[in-house]
Design a protein around this ligand. Structure first.
Ligand code: NAD
Ligand code: ISE
Length: 339
């Protein structure tokens, strides 16, 4: 069976995922596209022979759409995901699941009422080969219990529209998700402090930021978010355990020796750094839709948890570095909990 996918939001990542579903992943076809910019929707749809729909609700209702991909702006995600659940269709939603914890909970409740998982959230790092190898090592127990995680998330530059709260909501949210999964543990508190600011930023922005998280098992996580580091897109992660440590590998790159120097290039954006992870993410999602099974990637609950934890980080930033307790509801049975 070919999975017929309808895409809501034909912007930057929407177009990249349409290319991926068309040219990289087998078993899928983009049959429908919508965007509030209808001219953009028409142009993107024409590239892949898809039909243009006037709005997300019409696209979701179409009999030519088996599954929905939401790549519109964050504040619009909840409406589209709730409509897809109401229609009983699998839905892949780019991060964030929703921009408020309340909207995330509405999605969780709708999915619980439906009785099985339909939602997967686009936290692609769980599909990165390096993070998967790290998880295998941690799960094997060879390092003993994990104690500390050191992370850095660096972007070369960000536009003026990037604000201080986005360091948590847009950037650190990837570590928040991948570390919950990597450690199989829950984050219970957040603290954000701001060192001396780089001169290489727009004046309104607090950059870099140092974020500290504690987990239910007492693991301490430190995360440097530095989005104007200039030199490249650089993701670092090292987990220290009782008997050793495991470090995320840098992407493979040839080493060049010339003019008295020896070095490797540093990637410049997340698209290149996580290209393979995005491909794997969609291969596995399409396979689950094709098989009629529940998705195995990040769930609506993971989307809720990420939003609640980033809310705590933002509250800490807004209160000059106070340690903020994460106020998370009990995890429902549908997502492996007991509630
Ligand atoms: P973008 O602005 O390039 O594209 C968004 C598109 O959605 C625009 O074309 C806009 O007109 C359209 N749109 C907005 N509201 C709509 C609605 N209600 N119905 C239909 N179309 C609508 O943005 P982007 O950079 O592609 O980001 C889209 C989403 O992807 C965001 O939630 C962002 O956080 C997420 N994202 C995820 C990653 C990742 O690493 N996983 C990376 C970048 C962006
Ligand atoms: C962007 O939205 C992403 O998701 C990238 O992975 C992240 O590195 C960047 O800081 C965000 O703005």
């Amino acid at each position: 069976m070919t999975v017929r996918v309808g895409v809501i939001g034909a912007g930057m990542i929407g177009q990249d995922h349409i290319r991926r579903l068309t040219d990289v992943v087998t078993g899928a076809q983009v049959t429908a596209v919508t965007d509030i910019d209808q001219a953009r929707a028409a142009e993107v749809a024409a590239r892949v022979g898809a039909t243009v729909f006037p709005a997300g609700s019409d696209l979701i209702a179409s009999p030519d759409v088996d599954a929905v991909l939401v790549t519109s702006w964050g504040p619009t995600h909840a409406e589209h995901v709730l409509n897809a659940i109401a229609a009983g269709k699998p839905v892949f939603c780019e991060k964030p699941l929703a921009t408020t914890a309340e909207d995330c909970l509405r999605i969780v409740e709708a999915e619980r009422a439906h009785g099985r998982r339909l939602v997967q959230v686009g936290f692609m790092r769980r599909f990165d080969a390096g993070y998967r190898q790290m998880k295998e090592v941690i799960t094997s127990g060879s390092l003993g219990a994990p104690l500390i995680v050191h992370c850095a998330h660096r972007n070369p530059t960000v536009p003026e529209s990037y604000t201080s709260v986005m360091a948590a909501q847009d950037t650190a949210v990837h570590e928040i998700d991948v570390l919950r999964w990597l450690l199989d543990d829950e984050i219970v508190s957040a603290q954000v402090i701001t060192p001396r600011a780089t001169s290489q930023r727009f004046g309104h922005l607090k950059d870099p930021q140092l974020m500290y998280f504690e987990t239910a098992n007492g693991v301490r996580i430190d995360l440097e978010v530095f989005v104007n580091c200039q030199y490249g897109y650089d993701i670092q992660c090292e987990t220290v355990g009782e008997a050793g440590l495991v470090r995320l590998p840098d992407p493979a790159a040839v080493a060049v020796r010339t003019a008295g120097q020896h070095g490797t290039a540093v990637l410049q954006d997340w698209k290149g750094r996580f290209a393979d992870a995005f491909d794997t993410e969609f291969r596995e999602w399409v396979a689950s839709v094709e098989a009629g099974t529940e998705p195995t990637g990040p769930s609506a609950w993971d989307g809720y948890a990420a939003t609640v934890i980033t809310d705590a980080a933002v509250r800490s930033l807004d209160s000059d570095g106070t340690v903020v307790t994460v106020d998370m509801k009990p995890r429902p049975a549908l997502y492996g909990g007991t509630a």
